[in-house]
Ligand binder design. Structure first.
Ligand SMILES: Cc1ncc(COP(=O)(O)O)c(C=O)c1O
Length: 382
């Protein structure tokens, strides 16, 4: 495959524009909801057909191919996240990944998890529903961001884990993971990063960030569809962690059907049972595109689109709920409008896909959107 990585500027726009044809939904809709569900590329549709064809023609023999594809996906995710494939375990969703992780952590000495009011609920419920764990939530002052100092104020000798998102789902703000991680490590706590709203829209380097654990999935910005998520465990922690209640895919030699459990030597030891295969096919197809384009180019395009959206909405006298500086914004912007339900109904009628959350219109363009689409959208907010 030719390397279509771009060098930036107008060149970047032109090269990314060629990918618009890969996303069938763009022919019919103004699709600005990638933070919820990334658009499926035509390669993903072909991959779904291939999955059906392999199943139809090979039956159980297809499992060999399916397992190889699962490994390939692990490898692609690992390179996207800047880690070794050994440190990743595929999971059906983030909640399952968190359950597997929490089963392996020891809360007998340190009993607190520090998180924040702006975290996605599943990240909070995981700890709040476990007896003996006390969740402390750092507060946001402006409802947009949680200052690193607010996390820091809650950390102490009882902190076992700091659980935070790279990009906040409800505001699109990029968190200061680097300093929060350093602070957490300074008090002897571990760090769990939710990358659901960063992987695929901003560059993610888990090793560089130094976090201990991470979760995320291919559903949203990675355009791979529902049913495939991942758990990352820092390489040097793999040996000491023993997850409880795992499944047969976690065994060192799963097809030995050994009644005694010997854990896999890598992060697969966190696995449960038979995975869904279709999202592995679609995930692989989508990640191929991200490898070709490069997440840096995706980010450059996204910053341009989001800046234009913010400026344009402000010119219309609308209120923007997002950090002021573009380098602190992820891919999602919230726009205040007078009659959110009415505006949404109008947009749906005009075949625009966005969402309304908390009385604000949530807009999340991706690299496959164009500046012309942003302008058309802004016209409709007049
Ligand atoms: C930040 C974040 N974490 C996790 C999830 C989802 O978790 P799960 O895969 O368990 O549905 C979402 C969203 O849907 C999310 O926005």
């Amino acid at each position: 495959m030719a390397d279509r990585r771009s060098s930036g500027g107008g060149d970047l726009d032109r090269q990314l524009a060629s990918y618009r044809n890969e996303f069938p939904i763009l022919r019919d809709k103004l699709y600005l909801n990638s933070c919820s569900l990334g658009a499926i590329p035509s390669r993903g549709l072909t991959a779904l057909d291939d999955f059906g064809a392999d199943w139809a023609s090979e039956g159980t023999i297809a499992w060999e191919k399916w397992m190889k594809k699962a490994d390939l996906l692990r490898g692609r995710l690992a390179s996207l996240l800047g880690v070794s494939p050994r440190t990743l375990c595929l999971m059906p969703n983030v909640s399952a990944a968190l359950a597997a992780l929490s089963s392996a952590l020891d809360f007998s000495q340190r009993t607190e998890v520090v998180s924040s009011d702006l975290e996605f609920p599943t990240v909070l419920y995981q700890w709040a529903t476990r007896p003996g764990i006390h969740v402390r939530r750092a507060e946001s002052v402006d409802g947009l961001e949680v200052p690193a100092s607010a996390y820091h104020d809650l950390m102490g000798p009882d902190t076992a884990l700091v659980a935070l998102s790279h990009v906040l789902y409800g505001t699109g703000a990029i968190q200061d993971v680097d300093s929060i991680t350093k602070m957490a490590h300074g008090v002897g706590a571990r760090v769990l990063l939710d990358t659901y709203h960063s992987a695929g829209i901003i560059p993610v380097d888990l090793e560089g960030l130094g976090v201990d654990f991470a979760v995320g999935g291919v559903l949203k910005w990675l355009c791979g569809g529902p049913g495939c998520a991942f758990l990352y465990i820092r390489e040097d922690l793999l040996e000491e962690l023993s997850p409880r209640g795992v499944g047969w895919f976690a065994h060192a030699d799963q097809f030995a059907f050994d009644p005694d459990f010997t854990p896999a030597a890598d992060a697969r030891k966190f696995s449960f049972g038979t995975p869904a295969i279709a999202p592995i096919y679609t995930g692989l197809a989508a990640l191929e595109i991200f490898e070709e384009v490069g997440v840096k180019a995706v980010r450059a395009k996204s910053v341009g689109l989001v800046d234009r959206l913010v400026r344009g909405a402000r010119d219309l006298g609308l209120e923007i709920f997002a950090p002021e500086e573009s380098d602190r914004r992820g891919g999602t912007v919230f726009i205040g409008v007078d009659d959110p339900a009415g505006v949404l109904a109008r947009l749906v009628e005009a075949r625009v896909v966005v969402d309304v959350r908390g009385g604000k219109v949530r807009v999340s363009p991706h690299f496959y959107n164009s500046t012309a689409e942003i302008d058309r959208f802004l016209e409709m907010l007049r």
